[in-house]
Ligand binder design. Structure first.
Ligand code: HEC
Length: 236
């Protein structure tokens, strides 16, 4: 067990004995929480998830969260085995936080809740949203047609960064698809509707939306205006 998790167990014991913790651990970003979550999911030590749980929530709920995490881990191992997990991104939608996992170019979703300190506050469940298949197609199209100019995971290159929330030409959700379909005259961004099927355009648009906020090393600086283009995992 890592030190932080050990401390958390001590905190739980002390809290059971009536002590109120006056501090809370903080993950630097939600993405960091996601990375740690995936690490723990791939390790033999489920208990370490305790270090990501908000210490202020009651002990019974903490125990439920730990239990649900172990179930999710078992579910994951049944589907993919434990070595191939990679965090793709973390997206907040409504009251839930979705950790998007990637394995062999497929996608799975772990749903939970997080607070403003990026700590876990709700039980985990494993979802197999039908968005996963579209994302997989989008990723395939991206790798073939967009990667060369927009870089790995949209980090930017000849073309702008597509993973930050800043856009040069895109003002809303429809615009995004529009730029991909019709290109940007006078630039190397060509109109892809001549080269891709409608469902491929749809899928690559979705894939780009899903990249939003992904933390990528050596990413190109943001350009344009900050605009939040929503990525919907579960349609209400
Ligand atoms: C040959 C290089 C190249 C390829 C390949 C390419 N793009 Fe682009 N893309 C660009 C450039 C350059 C710009 C920005 C043009 C400008 O700034 O004037 C751009 C702009 C964009 C924008 C608008 C970004 C913003 O900030 O508003 C989107 C979205 C986009 N590309 C998506 C894609 C997708 C999806 C693909 C693959 C289907 C793709 N691009 C393939 C070069 C490319």
């Amino acid at each position: 067990m890592k030190t932080q998790a050990r401390i958390r167990f001590l905190v739980i014991l002390l809290t059971l004995a009536g002590w109120q913790p006056s501090f809370a651990f903080q993950q630097s970003s939600l993405y960091e929480t996601g990375k740690r979550l995936i690490q723990i999911a791939g390790s033999d030590n489920s208990d370490e998830i305790v270090s990501l749980i908000d210490p202020k929530i009651d002990i019974d709920t903490q125990a439920d969260i730990l239990k649900s995490f172990i179930q999710v881990k078992e579910g994951l191992f049944n589907i993919i085995g434990k070595n191939n997990l990679e965090l793709f991104n973390v997206i907040k939608q409504g009251k839930f936080t979705y950790f998007i996992l990637m394995y062999n170019n497929k996608f799975l979703f772990i749903r939970s809740k997080t607070n403003d300190k990026n700590l876990i506050t709700g039980t985990f469940s494993l979802l197999n949203s039908n968005i996963g298949e579209k994302l997989a197609l989008g990723r395939k199209v991206y790798k073939m047609k967009c990667y060369s100019c927009h870089g790995k995971y949209g980090k930017g290159g000849i073309g702008p960064n597509l993973a930050d929330n800043y856009w040069k030409f895109v003002k809303n959700e429809d615009d995004l698809k529009n730029v991909i379909e019709n290109g940007k005259k006078g630039t190397t961004m060509i109109a892809y509707k001549a080269y891709l099927k409608p469902e491929e355009i749809e899928a690559v648009t979705l894939y780009i939306k899903a990249l939003k906020g992904k933390e990528i090393q050596n990413a190109k600086k943001p350009e344009g205006d900050k605009i939040d283009i929503p990525f919907t995992i579960i349609k209400n």
